[in-house]
Design a protein around this ligand. Sequence first.
Ligand SMILES: Nc1ncnc2c1ncn2[C@@H]1O[C@H](COP(=O)(O)OP(=O)(O)OP(=O)(O)O)[C@@H](O)[C@H]1O
Length: 252
Amino acid sequence: MTDTLTATARADAQPAPLLEVSGLVAGYGQGEVLHAVDLAVPAGSVVAVVGANGAGKSTLLRVLSGLLPAQAGTVRFDGDDLATARVEDRIRRGIVHVPEGRHAVAELTVDENLRLGGLWRGDRRELRADVDAAYDLFPALAARRTSHGHSLSGGERQMLAIARALVAHPRLLLLDEPSLGLAPRIVAEILGTLAHLRAERGLAILLVEQNVRSALSVADTGVVLNLGSVVAARPSAALLDDEQLRHAYLGF
Ligand SMILES: Nc1ncnc2c1ncn2[C@@H]1O[C@H](COP(=O)(O)OP(=O)(O)OP(=O)(O)O)[C@@H](O)[C@H]1O
């Protein structure tokens, strides 16, 4: 009887999410921007955080990567609470942030920029292999490997920012507004590559996007953030089907 109960409990148990955020409070100075945010990203899944300008989406990613301290709450990653961990420790654990703005070091070549992604690792041969793997994912970058950061187009800089993050071996990519200002063809290429990474490598992605439809087209789950609070967290298709929610919070 006990064995049967144990077996049933095991069969029913869901694996813990890779990232589990609970009661997260954060802001700037005295101002609180995120109010007790709860959020989960299962391993190998894509979760899109959507919401109006100023909702707190970028702030959420900054807190998760350690750029901004949490004032309260837990950030459990693969079982450990990293809420107070340093940025570099989070990177080593596999949380890698691609901030809005597609930063490339202007004076360095594409290849040098990519190698920056593996700075903290010791093995140079492994780093070379990872940079070459990034070129396989983004052939447009391979063609520009000796070009300097300042000469790249917006799309190339976005690809470089993502590729450099991949060189750091993420298990969870925090991706802020990758499509902003890019041509639809480039956006489709970048989102296609992310879908491939998730399918082939089990990469989990927390995606912040203004372009709600394209974000939800690649995400399993959509989380709606409004004025720093989560107002809905549902499968992407269910979010798109909810006309009232879309009108109230997503503007379409
Ligand atoms: N460095 C900062 N110092 C003080 N306040 C900030 C800072 N960055 C953002 N804020 C404020 O925090 C709130 C949330 O901003 P945040 O950028 O996280 O929103 P968002 O949802 O990402 O919006 P957007 O899509 O416009 O970037 C806003 O009121 C913003 O003015």
